[in-house]
Design a protein around this ligand. Structure first.
Ligand SMILES: NC(=O)c1ccc[n+]([C@@H]2O[C@H](COP(=O)([O-])OP(=O)(O)OC[C@H]3O[C@@H](n4cnc5c(N)ncnc54)[C@H](OP(=O)(O)O)[C@@H]3O)[C@@H](O)[C@H]2O)c1
Length: 269
């Protein structure tokens, strides 16, 4: 159910995604504040009324978060003790919290030998030894946070073609799941309005690709030279976004990786 009264929105941690979120939320007519550990340096281009100093490791900065604001948490929710202490200072609902998690939290210790790998939905086991899992699950279970388990984020200045040409990735049969930062920002805003408190949603464009396929396409379409191939038998994961599509009715702006890369390469995406 959509709420009646719009609350101010705080982007906790205004890095790559947080900045796009701030811009998208503002363009939708919302009152959006951005935080940084060093706002004067890192948020110099954002008006002084819209920027706040916040550092999870410095409790003296926590009261800077307005009491009635909704939060979109855009950095890893760790360490647990600090997350718990900060969360206890927040009001009870109706404040709404969206936390950006990662699809890396799914437990791969028992990865199947099936290839292609099976689809993973939100009910798959989590690797509880990961600090961010502990922080995210605490916020979900005790504060009704909506956790978005996010695939690899790409967009302008985070371009998979650069990852290939710089040798950060190599050809392999491993599956990669991606989401464009503009879709991620729009999904965060939708989750604040329509997400169910205490739920987790996978966020991926829904079409996993192998690095073999991405590298071959990169070479054919954009002449990107691929660094040497190493034997990598890891199968990766295939992340299902069915829950996101069904429950939040989101339509992707960039469902097709290669069309999105063409826009980025042309400087228009
Ligand atoms: N990058 C990916 O492909 C990917 C994939 C899956 C999930 N994720 C997750 O999605 C979220 C957003 O990713 P992103 O790449 O947009 O993040 P990002 O660019 O690293 O931005 C996060 C920002 O949060 C601030 N921050 C960091 N630690 C903080 C702390 N202890 N207290 C307060 N602020 C802090 C930093 O800004 P200041 O230095 O200005 O304070 C940082 O720039 C992260 O949780 C990330 O782990 C990322």
């Amino acid at each position: 159910m959509t709420r009646q009264k719009p609350s101010p929105l705080i982007v906790l941690g205004s890095g790559y995604t947080g900045r796009v979120l701030h811009k998208t939320g503002t363009s939708q007519g919302k009152t959006v504040h951005a935080t940084s550990r060093n706002p004067l340096k890192n948020l110099a281009d954002i008006s002084s009324e819209q920027r706040l100093r916040f550092d999870l490791e410095q409790p003296s900065t926590w009261p800077n978060i307005p009491a009635d604001a909704d939060l979109i948490w855009c950095f890893p929710a760790t360490p647990l003790e600090q997350v718990q202490a900060f969360a206890r200072t927040l009001d009870a609902p109706p404040r709404r919290i969206v936390v950006l998690g990662s699809t890396s939290v799914y437990d791969t210790s028992s990865e199947s030998t099936e290839y292609p790998p099976p689809w993973i939905d939100e009910s798959a086991p989590l690797d509880q030894t990961k600090p961010r899992v502990q922080g995210e699950e605490y916020l979900r279970e005790h504060h009704g946070a909506i956790v978005l388990r996010v695939a690899g984020i790409y967009g302008p200045t985070r371009n998979p073609l650069d990852w290939i040409s710089r040798g950060r990735v190599e050809m392999s049969r491993k599956y990669m799941n991606l989401v464009h930062v503009e879709d991620l920002a729009a999904i965060c805003l939708l989750a604040i309005d329509k997400g169910k408190p205490g739920e987790a949603y996978n966020v991926s464009d829904g079409t996993p690709h192998t690095w073999d396929e991405i590298c071959v396409t990169a070479q054919q379409r954009w002449g990107v030279t691929v660094a040497a191939t190493q034997e990598n038998r890891t199968s990766g994961k295939r992340i299902s976004n069915a829950k996101l599509r069904a429950e939040l009715s989101y339509t992707f702006k960039h469902p097709d990786l290669y069309e999105a890369l063409a826009l980025i390469e042309s400087g228009t995406g």
